[in-house]
Design a protein around this ligand. Structure first.
Ligand code: GAL
Length: 662
């Protein structure tokens, strides 16, 4: 993007307001330091009020006003919410659920991702928009769709069924290959004609897992095709303008590794709940993931709430200072801009109680004052734009494995990928050890420690990558129920986890999932006791050593945590889920083995992240705690936000932020 400062702004929906308000909007945007708005995300009906009849005159005026005010535009392709005429004219474009229920218009995102009518109409609109604004000086970014899959991530209609069959034909080439991949010899499911194949619609009992897993892949790809159809028009007409689409946090339906490769810039919408005292930890995880999706490239916080949202049961406001703190957190973790949903709080529609940068009360409000203060303050830290966040630790996450792990009929439905990822992430967060996320086939050579929580589905290549990483000196920590199936969800035979037995120096012949209220304990080689829950692997050592053992039950004294030295590295395996203290103990041990250091040593509740280049080093400090914290400094520093010099130490009030340059 051609912006000289950190991006600051929000979703701008001028179509909801009379033109008289627009000039005030631009004046207020200038007052707040807004330099980028996402324009017209839900304006399709206004831009094309009747099929093929376009009205761009109002958008021309908005674009001109913004440009004259020095505000750049992230122009939406406006295809996230089709106008009523589309489904009226093409009822088959409406999505259908697994139980055969058609979803009606009246909300938003009411389209079947495979609908040819929807796709054709969306492409027509995008071409018109791109042709009209191709040379507009305000245009710096394309905003394709909006939160793909947020409400409708899959559609089970007949048109989707046809598209699924075509996708399967490309993937398998022959019915024999598909029958083998889906294991259709089980329960008399063998297909003799492609036309017999359907989406996994509501069935009397669990549908075929191969079919379900491919359905997830197909559903992510079907939406990606919608994105790509728009992207290719934009690339043809405006090759120099980058494009993005905004992801959601903790979002399972889209394979974000695949998607991010099709975007120029990753952007993310993040709505941490002010009612949750640990919301900032989950936000940090998602910001690290957003940064990792394009290998460390900076990303955009495309949406956050200035204060409360409207869609929780109780919508708490952000307390004074909290919006500022949470905005800086995104920048600390690699964002090159902070934007909000939305600029001006709506006065009608379901989101009228969602906060806006300009609240219903207008400029005489706390939210507005905080919005203005943040906009001004961000101008002081443009130095972050040239820096990067670096991590020595990688957490491996694979969407296909996530999907497969959480299909039905598993040993325990309580094993959920994000819970497991968080059990690794949180102790590291509390120790201020920065983490990247990596795809299963990523190059790990820049990391010292790779964490592999529940990689249930694994391809041979991933197993080789991890083995190579360890033999070259890396440290791996893997947990239970990893390496269980191949990409078709077929068991890898010969003892679990078959592809990793050599690397880990062990073999598992049985695993014992727990009842929800069941507990055991692990006893470490130094005699500490940590309660554990969820699961126990019954481990036979084949070269590894036990670092902890189970305390109870029929597998008491059998290994619970192991270490295997291989080549120049070490592979740890964790057969259960210890409590937080146990995970902290394990990760601390692994970090020591890998010589991984925290960004800074700071009091509890303070988050520390380094953004750096070869010659600049900016230490971000964010106090999420309820009380002031004093941080000892190794060397004198200047806080870019206050211009104050700190010699030996710095005291940060609760919710305060510092960006220290040494
Ligand atoms: C997002 C969406 C916005 C708005 C916002 C409200 O999911 O992209 O359009 O609805 O939520 O929090």
């Amino acid at each position: 993007m051609r912006l000289s400062h950190l991006a600051y702004g929000g979703d701008y929906n001028p179509e909801q307001w009379p033109e008289a308000v627009w000039e005030e909007d631009v004046r207020l945007m200038q007052e707040a330091g807004v330099n980028l708005v996402s324009l017209g995300i839900f304006a399709w009906a206004k831009l094309e009020p009747r099929p093929g009849e376009y009205d761009f005159a109002w958008l021309d005026r908005v674009m001109e006003l913004l440009h004259a005010g020095g505000i750049a535009v992230d122009l939406a392709t406006a295809t996230a919410s089709p106008p009523p005429w589309l489904s009226h004219q093409y009822p088959e474009s409406l999505p259908v659920t697994a139980d055969g229920v058609q979803l009606w218009p009246g909300g938003r995102q009411h389209y079947c991702p495979s609908s040819t009518a929807y796709r054709a109409a969306a492409q027509r609109l995008v071409r018109k928009l791109a042709e009209r604004y191709r040379d507009h000086p305000a245009l710096v970014l394309w905003h394709i769709g909006n939160e793909y899959a947020c409400h409708v991530s899959e559609c089970f209609c007949d048109e989707s069924a046809r598209a699924f069959r075509n996708w399967l034909k490309k993937r398998y080439g022959s019915l024999d290959a598909l029958n083998a991949a889906w294991g259709t010899a089980f329960w008399s499911q063998q297909y003799s004609d492609w036309e017999e194949i359907l989406p996994p619609r509501k069935a009397p009992t669990y549908p075929n897992p191969g079919q379900q897993l491919d359905w997830r892949r197909f559903s992510s790809d079907a939406l990606l095709e919608c994105f790509d159809l728009e992207r290719s028009i934009l690339r043809e007409i405006t090759p120099a303008i980058p494009a993005t689409t905004n992801f959601l946090t903790n979002f399972k339906p889209l394979n974000c590794w695949t998607w991010a490769a099709h975007e120029d810039i990753v952007s993310l919408d993040s709505y941490p709940d002010p009612a949750d005292p640990l919301a900032h930890i989950d936000a940090a995880l998602n910001y690290d993931l957003a940064r990792s999706l394009k290998g460390g490239q900076s990303w955009l916080l495309m949406e956050q709430a200035p204060s409360q949202v409207n869609w929780r049961a109780q919508n708490l406001v952000k307390r004074p200072g909290q919006m500022r703190l949470w905005s800086h957190q995104a920048v600390a973790r690699g964002a090159e801009g902070v934007l909000f949903f939305q600029w001006r709080a709506s006065r009608a529609g379901v989101e009228k109680f969602h906060s806006g940068m300009v609240p219903h009360a207008g400029a005489g409000s706390r939210t507005w004052r905080e919005v203005v203060a943040l906009g001004r303050e961000l101008r002081k830290i443009d130095a972050v734009l040239s820096t990067q966040v670096q991590a020595d630790v990688a957490i491996l996450i694979d969407w296909e494995s996530w999907w497969a792990l959480e299909l039905d009929s598993k040993p325990s439905q309580a094993v959920r990928l994000l819970d497991q990822v968080r059990s690794y992430y949180e102790p590291l967060y509390r120790r201020n050890i920065t983490v990247d996320f990596v795809a299963p086939d990523a190059d790990l050579s820049s990391y010292r420690l790779a964490l592999v929580p529940n990689l249930y589905l694994v391809r041979d290549q991933t197993a080789r990558t991890l083995e190579h990483f360890v033999t070259s000196g890396g440290i791996v920590v893997m947990s239970f129920f990893s390496g269980i199936v191949n990409e078709f969800e077929h068991i890898r035979l010969g003892g679990y986890p078959a592809p990793f037995c050599n690397l880990l120096g062990l073999r598992i012949t049985e695993f014992a999932p727990y009842a929800l209220d069941q507990q055991n304990v692990i006893i470490t080689d130094a005699g500490q006791h940590f309660p554990c829950t969820l699961w126990s692997d019954v481990i036979d050592l084949e070269g590894a050593e036990a670092l902890a053992q189970y305390g109870d039950d029929w597998y008491a004294n059998r290994p619970a945590l192991t270490r295997h030295r291989v080549g120049r590295g070490e592979a740890y395996y964790l057969g259960t889920r210890p409590n937080e203290a146990g995970m902290d103990w394990l990760l601390n041990r692994a970090c020591q083995a890998a010589s991984v250091e925290p960004a800074a040593i700071v009091p509890t509740g303070v988050e520390a992240v380094l953004r750096q280049t070869a010659d600049t080093r900016l230490l971000y400090l964010l106090n999420h705690g309820a009380t002031a914290a004093t941080i000892a400094l190794g060397a004198p520093c200047t806080d870019l936000l206050t211009d104050r010099r700190h010699i030996d130490s710095l005291t940060l009030e609760s919710q305060a932020v510092a960006v220290l340059s040494s």
